[in-house]
Every structure is written in C-alpha cells, then in structure tokens.
Design a protein around this ligand. Structure first.
Ligand SMILES: CCCCCCCCCCCCC/C=C/[C@@H](O)[C@H](COP(=O)(O)O)NC(C)=O
Ligand SMILES: Nc1ncnc2c1ncn2[C@@H]1O[C@H](COP(=O)(O)OP(=O)(O)O)[C@@H](O)[C@H]1O
Ligand SMILES: [Ca+2]
Length: 524
C-alpha cells in the first residue's frame, strides 16, 4: 500500500533525449523533464485525470534505433489544450532498455487510471444523420469512434431513421448498462435525447409531466454532445467551442456539468423542455422561415434572420414573472459563469437539500417573491437558460447567464425602429452590452408566463379568414398596416411550439452533461 503512494521515478527516453519521468500518485500527475536540456520547453506535466490511455508500443518502430538499443516503449495519450477552448489528443512515447521497467510503468499508469471512477465505460450513442450539414455519421466515425476505442469505451450506436427515434427509444431501452448517452447532432438532437431521458425518469418515478408545479426527478445519466448541427449552442456554451474532438475528450475523461432545464406548459399540459433559448417574436419567426429552407444547412438561419429583420414584426402580449433572489446574480453582471462557478455551486447545495426535504415529505419554505406584470408590444421575448453562446454570437444572447443556478434570463425587446433593432442584433456579435438600450429590459427569473393579446383559439379559428383579409388590405407589408396581431411562435431550442400562451419554470440542475463549463485559464 505504502509503495503505491510513492512516486515512480525513472530515467526514460523521449525522442532520443534522456528524461526523468515521475509518476506521482499524490498529485496525481505524470511529468517528465529533460536531463540535459538544449533549449525550449523541457518540463511537461499531465494530470492523470487528463490521460486518455496508455499502450505498449509494439515493435512497429522497426527502425535502426529500435534494433540497435533493443528498446522497449510505451505511449501515453493525453488531452492537450490547443488554442481557445479546443482540446486535442496528444501522445508521448517513453523508451527504456528494461522490459520489466516498461511493464511496471504501464501497470502503474493503468492502476491510476482505474481510480478515475467518473469515466464512462459503456455509452449509448444516437446519431442524427440529417441535422446541420448532414455529416453526423462521418463526424462520429472519423473523429470520435477512434478516440472512444483508444480509451476502451464500448458503445451501442444508433443512427436515427426519423425524428423522435432517439426520444422514443430512450423510453424502452435498458439504461442501467450505460454510463451515459451521447447525442451526435445539433440542439434539436440534444433536445430529443434530453426529452427521452427526462421523460423516462418521470415515468419511472410516477411523476406527471403535465403538472407544472411537480418537482421533477433528476437524471443521473450524463449526456454528451458531439456537435454536428446548425447552431450547436448547447455544446458551445458548455464546452466553449463546437468541436467534435474536444467534446469526445471531455466525455472520455468523465467531466461533469450540471444544467438547469425549463419546462414549458400550456393550460396545464406539458409542451416541451428547453435548455438554450425560448424565443418568441424574432427568433420564433426566424425558426418558422428557416425550416422551409433546411436544404441550405446552417446558413438558413442567416437567410431567414435577414428576411425576418426586414419584415420587422412586433407582437402584443403580457409577460408576468417572479424575479430570482439577488444572491443568484444579475444578467447585467460583468462576470460570466465559468467552470466551478460559485453561484452554481451554491445552487447545488440548495437543490440537494430541497430534494432531501421532498424525499422525506417535509414542508417547502420557499419564498416565492412578487410577480411583476409587463404588458406591451415586443419585437422579441427571449428566455435564455444559458448564455446561448455559439459561433454566430460568441458571447451569447445573455452573456452572464448561468448554466446551473436555477435561473433564466428574460430579455424583453420592445417595439422599436428597424435601426434600433439592428443596433440590438449587432450587439449579439460584438463586445457592446446588448441590454444597454432604452427598448431592452432584462430580468433574472425563476418562472414566467406569457399571454398573447389575441387568444389562440381566435388565432386558429380565424387564421384563414384573416389571412385573406390581410392580403387584401396590406399586400404583406405588415409593419405599415399594423396587422401584426397574428401571433408569433415560440422557438424552443430550435423546435417550434404549438402554442403561444405558455407557463415556463426552471428546474435547477435537472440534468448532467459530460462537460465542465467554460475554463478561464485557456490558451489564447
Ligand atoms: C440581420 C441579422 C440576423 C441575425 C441572425 C442572428 C442569429 C444569432 C443566433 C443566436 C442564436 C442563439 C440561440 C440558439 C438557439 C438554438 O438552440 C437554436 C437551434 O439550434 P440547432 O440549429 O438545432 O443547432 N438555433 C436557433 C438559431 O434558433
Ligand atoms: N433520422 C432523422 N431524420 C429526420 N429528422 C431527424 C432524424 N433524426 C433526428 N431528426 C430531427 O432533426 C431535427 C433537426 O436536428 P438538429 O440536430 O437540431 O439539427 P440542426 O441543428 O441542423 O437543426 C430535430 O428536430 C430532430 O428531432
Ligand atoms: Ca435544430
């Protein structure tokens, strides 16, 4: 036992240079440094938690060097931070003359890897071959599967054949044998996997999803995202980049990121869950138009975004909400949610206590706070459950939103001129504060309701009649005739909702991801 805690120190060769290699179970890390350094970086250190695999080097180096010294070798594969938040799988080969020493090193590293208990061994993978640029299958096979196999992770892979295939399957499959579920696709595919898992958990715990105030049972299986969609904002906002290899490495090393989920109900009927953006008005209209142009791939959003911007619609309705406690920060904070975020950590404790109280049927003592009601004409109503950072908007729709604090940032963009709306949109892309505009308000909330001014029944019943009427009077130039009292739709993580009147509430840390949030200390 004693010797297992003592560092293993040996002289090993790396690329023809003599190194001292140290495997320290206390730190725990593998480090090596050149004994007679010439120049440049001579000391390297890799935490055990970031080692992907260790392999005996077969005598594939049938070179002169190998023959001459009769060397033995082993290779350590590890995650290395490249630029920004991008990770790559690097390798270092250590050589030595003594076969026994080589074996001792391999065994010692393997032993430390076995202590990494949060790593998945067996994964269920769903691939959407239809999302994004339709490259899901190739991305998985070429970039991800070889890494999983290197890390000795076994998989059951399902390429979906229709929408909702993954979701339906998750209600049937034996989940006990898996350590996680992987979604290869965009936010819509992630949403399917999440609906499958959350729905399954509630079914197994006899919780009625139609009851908006029911505390939901959390999902213990982690979800991994291999980005292969159009926006991939859930991946980008939880990992810092939409890169399949980086995501695969976070999955392999068994990262954990808790995440809040919003439930959306209409008249006590469950509609959907949302984790990224719930957007009414602008983003709803963009979605509606862009689905018609799916053949364009991810560019459809820019095309429809531009069209929607030109059509310049506003919508009337009432938003009511309960603001979150001030200890959970504000959407105008300058600091953002990062790996190990203390606001999210504080919520982890609270949610654990709350679940315990619920388990023992103890009274809830939650102070729900007052409701604020805002009636008005809106260009957009955006509820961001996370920053919604993505390549199109690197800071996101709400840069200071938290991943797991149990809050949503509610952004209300009131009716404004085209020029002003453009000023707001442009700020999604640059460093300026998108909330620092007179027609934009933002609140950190736990729950909200939206009621469109025009009843939905009226909307469906008279749709055809009204459409005819509008065409007669305004020839489609909606902004000048004031006919924008047709309701918009809700864009829920890129999927359309069937109702405009909704009740939304956030469920703190309902799901877990194979991610770690945004790391501050990343290479520039
Ligand atoms: C005139 C300028 C028009 C600008 C268009 C602005 C696009 C900015 C995109 C920010 C969107 C962040 C919210 C992301 C939500 C995703 O969950 C959703 C679905 O993502 P998916 O396509 O399934 O990966 N994508 C969209 C655009 O609704
Ligand atoms: N095999 C399939 N055929 C058609 N649609 C599918 C299939 N598998 C999943 N889907 C659906 O495809 C839609 C878009 O997927 P998504 O991953 O969001 O891609 P994108 O980012 O391009 O929108 C989702 O609504 C999802 O349910
Ligand atoms: Ca989508």
């Amino acid at each position: 036992m004693e010797s297992a805690r003592r560092p293993l120190v040996s002289q090993l060769w790396v690329k023809n240079r003599r190194n001292e290699a140290v495997l320290d179970p206390e730190r725990p890390a593998l480090s090596w440094k050149e004994l007679q350094p010439k120049s440049g970086r001579v000391c390297h250190s890799v935490p055990i938690s970031e080692i992907i695999a260790v392999e005996t080097e077969q005598k594939r180096y049938n070179s002169d060097t190998w023959q001459k010294f009769n060397h033995h070798a082993f290779t350590v594969h590890y995650a290395q931070r490249a630029q920004k938040h991008c990770w790559r799988c690097s390798a270092v080969t250590f050589w030595c003359k003594d076969e026994e020493l080589c074996h001792q090193w391999i065994q010692a590293i393997k032993k430390l890897l076995e202590l990494q208990t949060s790593r998945p061994k067996h994964l269920l993978v769903y691939i959407n071959p239809y999302g994004g640029k339709q490259q899901g299958k190739q991305i998985y096979e070429q970039k991800v599967a070889p890494l999983f196999s290197l890390a000795s992770i076994t998989t059951d892979v399902i390429v979906t054949e229709r929408a909702n295939h993954a979701k339906d399957d998750l209600f049937e499959v034996n989940l006990e044998k898996y350590d996680g579920v992987i979604s290869v696709g965009g936010d819509g595919m992630f949403s399917e996997v999440m609906h499958g898992l959350i729905g399954r958990m509630q079914k197994d715990s006899s919780i009625d999803q139609n009851n908006p105030s029911a505390p939901l049972a959390p999902c213990n299986l982690r979800i991994g995202i291999i980005p292969a969609g159009s926006t991939d904002c859930i991946c980008y906002a939880t990992v810092g980049i939409n890169d399949p290899v980086t995501s695969a490495l976070h999955i392999i090393i068994g990262d954990l990121q808790h995440m809040d989920v919003c439930s959306v109900h209409h008249n006590n009927t469950f509609l959907k869950y949302s984790v990224s953006l719930l957007g009414y008005g602008f983003y709803g209209d963009v979605l509606k138009d862009s689905e018609k142009n799916r053949w364009m791939g991810p560019t459809r959003y820019d095309f429809s975004g531009f069209k929607t911007f030109l059509s310049h619609h506003y919508y009337e309705g009432t938003v009511s909400f309960q603001q979150a406690n001030q200890t959970l920060g504000s959407p105008r904070d300058k600091s953002t949610c990062q790996s190990g975020c203390y606001i999210c950590k504080q919520s982890t404790q609270e949610v654990e206590e709350k679940r315990k109280r619920h388990h023992y049927n103890l009274e809830e003592t939650e102070d729900d706070g007052d409701w604020k009601v805002i009636r008005g004409k809106f260009m957009a109503i955006n509820a961001a459950n996370m920053s919604c950072a993505c390549p199109r908007s690197p800071k996101g729709l709400s840069p200071a939103a938290h991943l797991a604090a149990g809050t949503i940032d509610l952004i209300l963009v009131r009716r404004c001129s085209r020029l002003n709306f453009l000023r707001h949109l442009v700020r999604h892309k640059n460093q300026d504060d998108q909330f620092d505009l007179a027609f934009v308000e933002v609140y950190r909330v736990k729950t909200f309701l939206f009621t469109p001014k025009h009843s939905e029944n009226e909307d469906t019943d008279n749709k055809d009649v009204r459409k005819k009427h509008f065409n007669q009077i305004c020839n489609g130039n909606h902004s000048s005739c004031g006919c924008n009292h047709v309701n918009s739709i809700w864009n829920c993580d890129g999927e359309a909702l069937d109702h405009a009147a909704v009740e939304v509430r956030v469920h703190c840390q309902l799901i877990k991801l194979f991610a770690r949030g945004i790391e501050e200390d990343s290479k520039p």
